[in-house]
Design a protein around this ligand. Structure first.
Ligand SMILES: NC(=O)c1ccc[n+]([C@@H]2O[C@H](COP(=O)([O-])OP(=O)(O)OC[C@H]3O[C@@H](n4cnc5c(N)ncnc54)[C@H](O)[C@@H]3O)[C@@H](O)[C@H]2O)c1
Length: 351
Protein backbone atom coordinates (compact mmCIF):
# COMPACT_ATOMS: atom_id res chain seq x y z
CA UNK A 1 0.00 0.00 0.00
CA UNK A 2 1.45 3.38 -1.05
CA UNK A 3 1.81 6.11 1.56
CA UNK A 4 -0.77 8.88 1.83
CA UNK A 5 -0.52 11.60 -0.76
CA UNK A 6 0.04 14.99 0.85
CA UNK A 7 -2.01 17.70 -0.82
CA UNK A 8 -1.87 21.49 -0.61
CA UNK A 9 -5.18 23.13 -1.47
CA UNK A 10 -4.72 26.40 -3.37
CA UNK A 11 -7.89 28.51 -3.16
CA UNK A 12 -10.26 28.32 -0.21
CA UNK A 13 -13.47 29.56 -1.84
CA UNK A 14 -16.54 27.66 -3.05
CA UNK A 15 -14.78 24.95 -5.04
CA UNK A 16 -11.98 24.82 -2.45
CA UNK A 17 -14.51 23.81 0.19
CA UNK A 18 -15.92 21.04 -2.02
CA UNK A 19 -12.46 19.57 -2.61
CA UNK A 20 -11.47 19.98 1.04
CA UNK A 21 -14.56 17.96 1.93
CA UNK A 22 -13.59 15.18 -0.52
CA UNK A 23 -10.02 15.07 0.74
CA UNK A 24 -10.72 15.29 4.46
CA UNK A 25 -13.87 13.17 4.67
CA UNK A 26 -13.81 10.76 1.75
CA UNK A 27 -10.33 10.02 0.43
CA UNK A 28 -8.26 8.37 3.17
CA UNK A 29 -5.39 7.80 0.73
CA UNK A 30 -4.71 11.56 0.84
CA UNK A 31 -4.28 14.22 3.49
CA UNK A 32 -4.52 18.00 3.25
CA UNK A 33 -1.32 19.36 4.74
CA UNK A 34 -1.87 23.02 3.92
CA UNK A 35 -4.23 25.56 2.47
CA UNK A 36 -3.46 28.74 0.54
CA UNK A 37 -5.56 31.85 0.03
CA UNK A 38 -4.67 35.55 0.14
CA UNK A 39 -8.09 36.26 1.69
CA UNK A 40 -7.77 35.76 5.48
CA UNK A 41 -11.51 35.17 5.90
CA UNK A 42 -11.58 32.40 3.27
CA UNK A 43 -8.50 30.83 4.90
CA UNK A 44 -10.09 30.95 8.33
CA UNK A 45 -13.48 29.69 7.22
CA UNK A 46 -12.27 26.73 5.14
CA UNK A 47 -9.33 25.98 7.44
CA UNK A 48 -11.58 25.87 10.52
CA UNK A 49 -14.35 23.90 8.81
CA UNK A 50 -12.00 21.14 7.69
CA UNK A 51 -9.40 21.28 10.46
CA UNK A 52 -6.53 22.42 8.22
CA UNK A 53 -4.04 24.22 10.44
CA UNK A 54 -1.19 25.13 8.07
CA UNK A 55 -2.41 28.25 6.31
CA UNK A 56 -0.57 30.45 3.80
CA UNK A 57 -1.29 33.53 1.77
CA UNK A 58 0.60 32.30 -1.31
CA UNK A 59 1.68 29.04 -2.90
CA UNK A 60 5.26 30.30 -2.68
CA UNK A 61 4.96 30.48 1.12
CA UNK A 62 3.49 26.96 1.26
CA UNK A 63 6.32 25.62 -0.91
CA UNK A 64 8.86 27.21 1.44
CA UNK A 65 7.30 25.80 4.59
CA UNK A 66 5.63 22.42 4.09
CA UNK A 67 6.23 19.17 2.22
CA UNK A 68 3.63 17.85 -0.19
CA UNK A 69 3.31 15.90 -3.42
CA UNK A 70 0.27 17.51 -5.02
CA UNK A 71 -1.78 20.66 -5.35
CA UNK A 72 -5.48 21.09 -5.96
CA UNK A 73 -5.95 24.48 -7.65
CA UNK A 74 -9.33 26.08 -6.99
CA UNK A 75 -8.55 29.74 -7.63
CA UNK A 76 -10.15 32.21 -10.08
CA UNK A 77 -9.53 31.32 -13.72
CA UNK A 78 -7.17 34.22 -14.45
CA UNK A 79 -4.76 32.85 -11.80
CA UNK A 80 -4.66 29.25 -13.07
CA UNK A 81 -1.77 29.83 -15.46
CA UNK A 82 0.78 31.32 -13.02
CA UNK A 83 -0.20 29.00 -10.15
CA UNK A 84 -0.12 25.83 -12.28
CA UNK A 85 3.27 26.83 -13.72
CA UNK A 86 4.68 27.41 -10.24
CA UNK A 87 3.32 24.07 -9.00
CA UNK A 88 4.62 22.15 -12.01
CA UNK A 89 8.06 23.74 -11.80
CA UNK A 90 8.15 22.77 -8.11
CA UNK A 91 7.43 19.14 -9.09
CA UNK A 92 3.91 18.96 -7.68
CA UNK A 93 1.16 16.89 -9.28
CA UNK A 94 -1.79 19.07 -10.25
CA UNK A 95 -5.56 18.78 -10.09
CA UNK A 96 -6.60 21.97 -11.86
CA UNK A 97 -10.15 23.26 -11.75
CA UNK A 98 -11.86 24.12 -14.99
CA UNK A 99 -11.60 26.30 -17.05
CA UNK A 100 -7.98 25.29 -17.61
CA UNK A 101 -6.91 28.89 -18.38
CA UNK A 102 -7.98 31.99 -20.27
CA UNK A 103 -6.07 31.35 -23.51
CA UNK A 104 -4.78 28.41 -25.52
CA UNK A 105 -1.23 29.71 -25.11
CA UNK A 106 -1.65 29.47 -21.34
CA UNK A 107 -2.99 25.92 -21.70
CA UNK A 108 0.08 25.00 -23.77
CA UNK A 109 2.45 26.49 -21.17
CA UNK A 110 0.77 24.52 -18.39
CA UNK A 111 0.94 21.23 -20.32
CA UNK A 112 4.56 21.82 -21.26
CA UNK A 113 5.53 22.66 -17.69
CA UNK A 114 3.82 19.52 -16.36
CA UNK A 115 5.47 17.36 -18.98
CA UNK A 116 8.89 18.94 -18.34
CA UNK A 117 8.61 18.23 -14.61
CA UNK A 118 7.08 14.79 -15.03
CA UNK A 119 4.02 15.66 -12.92
CA UNK A 120 0.45 14.55 -13.51
CA UNK A 121 -2.09 17.09 -14.69
CA UNK A 122 -5.76 16.29 -14.15
CA UNK A 123 -8.58 18.66 -15.09
CA UNK A 124 -11.47 19.24 -12.69
CA UNK A 125 -14.14 17.89 -15.03
CA UNK A 126 -16.01 15.96 -12.35
CA UNK A 127 -18.74 14.84 -14.77
CA UNK A 128 -16.12 12.44 -16.11
CA UNK A 129 -16.23 10.79 -12.67
CA UNK A 130 -19.96 11.15 -11.98
CA UNK A 131 -21.49 7.64 -11.76
CA UNK A 132 -24.38 8.51 -14.11
CA UNK A 133 -22.21 10.17 -16.76
CA UNK A 134 -19.66 7.35 -16.53
CA UNK A 135 -22.38 4.70 -16.97
CA UNK A 136 -23.85 6.60 -19.94
CA UNK A 137 -20.44 6.98 -21.61
CA UNK A 138 -19.77 3.25 -21.25
CA UNK A 139 -23.15 2.37 -22.74
CA UNK A 140 -22.67 4.76 -25.65
CA UNK A 141 -19.21 3.35 -26.31
CA UNK A 142 -20.69 -0.17 -26.15
CA UNK A 143 -23.00 0.85 -29.01
CA UNK A 144 -26.35 0.69 -27.19
CA UNK A 145 -27.85 3.67 -29.01
CA UNK A 146 -25.75 3.27 -32.14
CA UNK A 147 -23.60 6.02 -33.58
CA UNK A 148 -24.40 9.27 -31.68
CA UNK A 149 -25.91 11.82 -34.09
CA UNK A 150 -27.00 14.68 -31.87
CA UNK A 151 -26.29 15.86 -28.31
CA UNK A 152 -27.95 18.54 -26.19
CA UNK A 153 -26.26 19.57 -22.99
CA UNK A 154 -27.53 22.16 -20.52
CA UNK A 155 -26.11 23.64 -17.34
CA UNK A 156 -28.18 26.10 -15.37
CA UNK A 157 -26.56 27.40 -12.19
CA UNK A 158 -28.24 29.07 -9.22
CA UNK A 159 -26.89 32.16 -7.47
CA UNK A 160 -24.73 34.98 -8.72
CA UNK A 161 -21.20 33.87 -9.56
CA UNK A 162 -18.37 35.72 -7.74
CA UNK A 163 -17.49 39.12 -9.37
CA UNK A 164 -14.37 37.76 -11.15
CA UNK A 165 -16.49 34.98 -12.70
CA UNK A 166 -19.05 37.41 -14.11
CA UNK A 167 -16.36 39.36 -15.91
CA UNK A 168 -15.49 38.10 -19.35
CA UNK A 169 -11.94 39.51 -18.96
CA UNK A 170 -11.08 37.47 -15.86
CA UNK A 171 -13.15 34.34 -16.51
CA UNK A 172 -14.10 34.23 -20.24
CA UNK A 173 -17.69 34.59 -19.01
CA UNK A 174 -20.44 32.07 -18.47
CA UNK A 175 -19.50 29.92 -21.47
CA UNK A 176 -16.35 29.13 -19.50
CA UNK A 177 -17.46 29.39 -15.90
CA UNK A 178 -20.67 27.39 -16.22
CA UNK A 179 -20.48 25.64 -19.59
CA UNK A 180 -16.88 24.34 -19.54
CA UNK A 181 -18.41 21.06 -18.40
CA UNK A 182 -20.74 20.98 -21.41
CA UNK A 183 -17.87 21.70 -23.80
CA UNK A 184 -16.00 18.77 -22.29
CA UNK A 185 -18.83 16.28 -21.96
CA UNK A 186 -20.28 16.87 -25.44
CA UNK A 187 -16.84 16.22 -26.95
CA UNK A 188 -16.37 13.17 -24.68
CA UNK A 189 -19.79 11.60 -25.35
CA UNK A 190 -19.73 12.34 -29.10
CA UNK A 191 -16.12 11.08 -29.36
CA UNK A 192 -15.42 14.02 -31.64
CA UNK A 193 -13.99 17.52 -31.43
CA UNK A 194 -16.17 20.56 -32.03
CA UNK A 195 -15.64 21.93 -35.54
CA UNK A 196 -17.99 24.89 -35.93
CA UNK A 197 -20.06 26.84 -33.40
CA UNK A 198 -22.67 29.56 -33.45
CA UNK A 199 -23.57 31.27 -30.16
CA UNK A 200 -26.25 33.74 -29.10
CA UNK A 201 -26.31 35.45 -25.71
CA UNK A 202 -28.85 37.45 -23.72
CA UNK A 203 -28.86 39.43 -20.51
CA UNK A 204 -32.25 39.21 -18.80
CA UNK A 205 -31.48 39.75 -15.13
CA UNK A 206 -28.17 41.62 -14.93
CA UNK A 207 -29.88 44.96 -14.26
CA UNK A 208 -32.09 43.54 -11.53
CA UNK A 209 -28.97 42.13 -9.86
CA UNK A 210 -27.13 45.46 -10.25
CA UNK A 211 -24.45 43.96 -12.51
CA UNK A 212 -22.74 46.62 -14.61
CA UNK A 213 -19.76 44.49 -15.67
CA UNK A 214 -19.10 45.10 -19.39
CA UNK A 215 -19.91 42.03 -21.51
CA UNK A 216 -22.02 40.35 -18.81
CA UNK A 217 -24.64 37.88 -20.06
CA UNK A 218 -26.81 35.42 -18.16
CA UNK A 219 -28.19 33.25 -20.99
CA UNK A 220 -26.29 31.53 -23.77
CA UNK A 221 -27.24 29.06 -26.47
CA UNK A 222 -24.67 27.44 -28.75
CA UNK A 223 -25.26 25.35 -31.86
CA UNK A 224 -22.44 22.95 -32.62
CA UNK A 225 -21.17 20.82 -35.43
CA UNK A 226 -18.60 18.13 -34.60
CA UNK A 227 -15.72 16.94 -36.79
CA UNK A 228 -17.48 13.58 -37.29
CA UNK A 229 -20.59 15.31 -38.63
CA UNK A 230 -22.60 15.06 -35.40
CA UNK A 231 -24.65 18.02 -34.18
CA UNK A 232 -25.15 19.49 -30.76
CA UNK A 233 -26.28 22.33 -28.55
CA UNK A 234 -25.06 23.77 -25.29
CA UNK A 235 -27.17 26.06 -23.15
CA UNK A 236 -26.28 28.01 -20.06
CA UNK A 237 -28.25 30.12 -17.62
CA UNK A 238 -26.78 31.75 -14.52
CA UNK A 239 -28.22 32.90 -12.22
CA UNK A 240 -31.00 30.37 -12.63
CA UNK A 241 -33.75 31.03 -10.11
CA UNK A 242 -35.16 27.50 -9.82
CA UNK A 243 -32.04 25.60 -8.72
CA UNK A 244 -29.17 23.67 -10.29
CA UNK A 245 -29.94 21.79 -13.47
CA UNK A 246 -27.49 19.72 -15.55
CA UNK A 247 -28.92 17.34 -18.13
CA UNK A 248 -27.78 15.77 -21.36
CA UNK A 249 -29.69 14.06 -24.17
CA UNK A 250 -27.91 12.04 -26.85
CA UNK A 251 -29.71 10.67 -29.88
CA UNK A 252 -27.99 7.84 -31.71
CA UNK A 253 -28.79 6.05 -34.95
CA UNK A 254 -30.68 3.41 -32.93
CA UNK A 255 -31.90 5.06 -29.76
CA UNK A 256 -31.86 7.91 -27.28
CA UNK A 257 -30.15 8.35 -23.93
CA UNK A 258 -30.84 10.93 -21.26
CA UNK A 259 -28.47 11.69 -18.41
CA UNK A 260 -29.66 13.41 -15.25
CA UNK A 261 -33.02 14.75 -14.23
CA UNK A 262 -34.39 17.90 -12.65
CA UNK A 263 -35.55 16.01 -9.55
CA UNK A 264 -32.90 16.20 -6.84
CA UNK A 265 -33.88 13.42 -4.47
CA UNK A 266 -36.32 10.55 -4.56
CA UNK A 267 -38.22 12.14 -1.68
CA UNK A 268 -41.75 13.31 -2.36
CA UNK A 269 -43.73 15.27 0.22
CA UNK A 270 -47.42 16.15 0.37
CA UNK A 271 -48.61 18.51 3.08
CA UNK A 272 -51.96 19.46 1.63
CA UNK A 273 -54.04 18.54 -1.37
CA UNK A 274 -54.03 22.06 -2.83
CA UNK A 275 -50.26 21.98 -3.37
CA UNK A 276 -50.05 18.31 -4.27
CA UNK A 277 -46.86 16.30 -4.34
CA UNK A 278 -43.67 18.26 -3.81
CA UNK A 279 -40.34 16.86 -4.94
CA UNK A 280 -37.02 18.71 -4.47
CA UNK A 281 -34.70 19.94 -7.19
CA UNK A 282 -30.91 20.03 -6.76
CA UNK A 283 -30.01 23.22 -4.95
CA UNK A 284 -26.33 23.43 -5.96
CA UNK A 285 -23.67 21.91 -8.20
CA UNK A 286 -21.93 20.62 -5.08
CA UNK A 287 -25.06 18.61 -4.23
CA UNK A 288 -25.74 17.31 -7.77
CA UNK A 289 -22.19 16.18 -8.38
CA UNK A 290 -21.26 15.21 -4.80
CA UNK A 291 -20.06 11.76 -5.92
CA UNK A 292 -18.39 13.13 -9.02
CA UNK A 293 -16.16 15.38 -6.87
CA UNK A 294 -15.25 12.52 -4.55
CA UNK A 295 -14.56 10.07 -7.38
CA UNK A 296 -12.42 12.57 -9.31
CA UNK A 297 -10.30 13.11 -6.18
CA UNK A 298 -9.95 9.36 -5.64
CA UNK A 299 -8.89 9.06 -9.27
CA UNK A 300 -6.29 11.84 -8.91
CA UNK A 301 -4.77 10.27 -5.81
CA UNK A 302 -4.84 6.78 -7.36
CA UNK A 303 -3.07 8.07 -10.49
CA UNK A 304 -0.33 9.61 -8.35
CA UNK A 305 0.09 6.42 -6.33
CA UNK A 306 0.23 4.21 -9.41
CA UNK A 307 2.01 6.70 -11.69
CA UNK A 308 -0.69 6.48 -14.32
CA UNK A 309 -2.08 9.25 -16.52
CA UNK A 310 -5.40 10.74 -15.38
CA UNK A 311 -8.38 9.93 -17.61
CA UNK A 312 -9.03 13.65 -18.16
CA UNK A 313 -6.00 15.84 -18.74
CA UNK A 314 -4.57 18.96 -20.32
CA UNK A 315 -5.65 18.16 -23.88
CA UNK A 316 -9.26 17.87 -22.71
CA UNK A 317 -8.97 21.13 -20.78
CA UNK A 318 -7.50 22.84 -23.84
CA UNK A 319 -10.35 21.66 -26.10
CA UNK A 320 -12.91 23.07 -23.67
CA UNK A 321 -11.07 26.41 -23.70
CA UNK A 322 -11.03 26.30 -27.51
CA UNK A 323 -14.82 25.81 -27.51
CA UNK A 324 -15.28 28.71 -25.11
CA UNK A 325 -13.10 31.00 -27.24
CA UNK A 326 -14.86 30.00 -30.47
CA UNK A 327 -18.28 30.48 -28.86
CA UNK A 328 -17.27 33.88 -27.51
CA UNK A 329 -15.88 34.94 -30.88
CA UNK A 330 -19.14 33.80 -32.45
CA UNK A 331 -21.44 35.96 -30.33
CA UNK A 332 -19.06 38.93 -30.40
CA UNK A 333 -18.78 38.82 -34.20
CA UNK A 334 -22.37 37.62 -34.70
CA UNK A 335 -21.43 34.72 -37.00
CA UNK A 336 -20.67 31.00 -37.00
CA UNK A 337 -17.01 30.36 -36.13
CA UNK A 338 -14.81 27.43 -37.08
CA UNK A 339 -12.92 26.22 -34.01
CA UNK A 340 -9.83 26.09 -36.24
CA UNK A 341 -9.94 29.93 -36.24
CA UNK A 342 -9.14 30.01 -32.53
CA UNK A 343 -6.89 26.92 -32.55
CA UNK A 344 -4.52 28.70 -34.91
CA UNK A 345 -4.34 31.72 -32.59
CA UNK A 346 -2.04 30.67 -29.75
CA UNK A 347 -1.08 34.20 -28.74
CA UNK A 348 -2.39 35.86 -25.63
CA UNK A 349 -0.86 34.35 -22.50
CA UNK A 350 -1.84 36.64 -19.64
CA UNK A 351 1.55 36.25 -17.91
N1 LIG B 1 -15.85 21.84 -11.12
C1 LIG B 1 -16.85 22.60 -10.72
O1 LIG B 1 -17.99 22.19 -10.75
C2 LIG B 1 -16.57 23.98 -10.21
C3 LIG B 1 -17.52 24.63 -9.43
C4 LIG B 1 -17.23 25.93 -8.98
C5 LIG B 1 -16.05 26.54 -9.31
N2 LIG B 1 -15.16 25.87 -10.10
C6 LIG B 1 -13.90 26.49 -10.51
O2 LIG B 1 -13.08 26.64 -9.35
C7 LIG B 1 -12.31 27.84 -9.43
C8 LIG B 1 -12.65 28.72 -8.23
O3 LIG B 1 -14.02 29.03 -8.26
P1 LIG B 1 -14.82 29.38 -6.92
O4 LIG B 1 -16.24 29.40 -7.30
O5 LIG B 1 -14.36 28.52 -5.80
O6 LIG B 1 -14.33 30.88 -6.68
P2 LIG B 1 -14.30 31.69 -5.32
O7 LIG B 1 -14.19 33.12 -5.71
O8 LIG B 1 -15.44 31.25 -4.43
O9 LIG B 1 -12.95 31.20 -4.62
C9 LIG B 1 -11.70 31.44 -5.16
C10 LIG B 1 -10.73 31.63 -4.00
O10 LIG B 1 -9.41 31.70 -4.54
C11 LIG B 1 -8.72 32.69 -3.78
N3 LIG B 1 -7.56 33.16 -4.53
C12 LIG B 1 -7.45 34.18 -5.42
N4 LIG B 1 -6.21 34.29 -5.87
C13 LIG B 1 -5.49 33.31 -5.26
C14 LIG B 1 -4.12 32.92 -5.30
N5 LIG B 1 -3.24 33.53 -6.09
N6 LIG B 1 -3.73 31.87 -4.52
C15 LIG B 1 -4.60 31.24 -3.71
N7 LIG B 1 -5.91 31.59 -3.63
C16 LIG B 1 -6.34 32.60 -4.40
C17 LIG B 1 -9.76 33.76 -3.52
O11 LIG B 1 -9.38 34.60 -2.44
C18 LIG B 1 -10.99 32.91 -3.22
O12 LIG B 1 -11.09 32.61 -1.83
C19 LIG B 1 -12.68 28.45 -10.78
O13 LIG B 1 -11.77 28.02 -11.74
C20 LIG B 1 -14.06 27.89 -11.06
O14 LIG B 1 -14.40 27.86 -12.42
C21 LIG B 1 -15.40 24.61 -10.53
Amino acid sequence: MSSRIRVCLVGAGRAGKVHANSLVNHVPAASVVGIVDPDPEALRSTGDQFGIDSRFDSLEAALDNIEFEAVVITTPTFTHHPIALLAADAGKHILLEKPMALTLAECDHIMLAAERSGVLLQMGFMRRSDPEFVAAARRIQAGEIGQPMMIKSLSHGPGLPPPWARDIRTSNGMLAEVNSHDWDCTRWLMSSNPERVYAEIANFKGNAHGIETPGFYDNVLVNLRFENGGLGSISGICPCEYGYDARVEIVGERGIMQIGEAQGQAVVVCTDRDHGLVTPIYRTWAERFAWGYIREMEHFVHCIQTDTAPSVGGTDGRWAVAGVLAGTKSFLEERPVYVSEVLSDTSGASQ
